[in-house]
Design a binder for this molecule. Sequence first.
Ligand code: ARG
Length: 456
Amino acid sequence: MNNKLWGGRFTQPTDKFVEEFTASIGFEQRLGSYDIQGSKAHAEMLGRQEIISEADAQKIISGLDEILNKIESGKMEFSIALEDIHMNIEAQLIERIGPVGGKLHTGRSRNDQVAVDIRLYLRDEIDVILDYLKKLEAALIQQAENNLDIIMPGYTHLQTAQPVLYSHHMLAYREMISRDRSRLRDLRARFNLMPLGAGALAGTTFPIDREWTAKRLGFDGVTRNSLDSVSDRDFAIEFCSFASILMMHLSRLSEELILWSSADFNFIELSDAFCTGSSIMPQKKNPDVPELVRGKTGRVYGNLMALLTLMKSLPLAYNKDMQEDKEPLFDTIDTIKGSLKIFADMVVEMQVKGDNMRIAAARGFSTATDVADYCVRKGLPFRQAHEVVGKTVRYCVETGKDIPELSLAEFQSFSDLITADIYDYVTLEASVNARKATGGTAREAVERELKRLQNP
Ligand code: ARG
């Protein structure tokens, strides 16, 4: 005898350890309310289509509502023997309303049921994440707006390259987050189709109305192939790749915040609320939050790899392997929600040390390109101008001088095209503000951009 919901063809009970090993209830309780949402719509459709009686449908729906209350108040007891969320809820339903509860599974399989549950759940989480992304974008914009006077070194190869506005640097991250948001919206639209009706794999013999159920559940339409409907996890993979790209962006910002808050850079001060101390070194204030986010990036990439590998070479249609999709997906969702939330708060509270940034921006001959551009405007081909300024910089290195400190005679020893107005071009402000075209770092270009972001 085997008293499972599927026990009919079995003569022996399931091995206890196998029961534990195969159960997913331990990690999928968060699907409970979505399972009920899907089941209620399915039951209502069964009633409308007269596949079951209206009265039975009503009994099932009220029974499901009671279970939902129980789940939401934390009183529902889940059982490993019932394997997964679907059978826990169905068993509970039958216990409450009697054998009529057994009619709910008409024209349905756990395979299409789980496919619909994950989509409903992911869709809700995506809406929360879209909101978190917006908040982070707003925090970056706010940092940019509040610090428009600050000039910092722009780097390539982590070597001082050209001065840039700190606001411009913050808005670079806003671009990344805004692309992340657009990717997330795209993938949401792609998977918002309802798989219910695929049954176990081939469809169902009952006269169901998939379009009605899809509408009821807020889907944009129905999936088009039953085999694909129950074996597709592209949406989870797409979501995890969106998340990996997002975490890559957050890890780059993390890295910069960690560098910038070091004593050597000393560009920013993170709020105490986002740092911790050392148990031995009393002077330490460690940037734990960005470090952890940088670290969590690895686990999100790992989850993407896990899903890709999980799905690789799986024959159609459903395979139990696919139960392994949940933990990586859930962990990814939890990780990026936490990271985004904490980052938005941390960015808003970040104190910028404009003077230190400015001193650093002036080092490293950051206006050398401006001297070269100056020579070009005076008629020198760029390659020759590059050579002239290269020699000028070498002279500066040898004599320990900075470009703006050179006398006119010194400038002219490298090119007689240079005249007294050169000093108007080698200040940090002049260098920054000369880059006015859309996307440049000039204050007026950055201000235009900020305005555009306020009135999209
Ligand atoms: N817990 C299962 C999963 O997450 C639900 C689908 C089970 N279907 C099956 N035929 N065993 O994949």
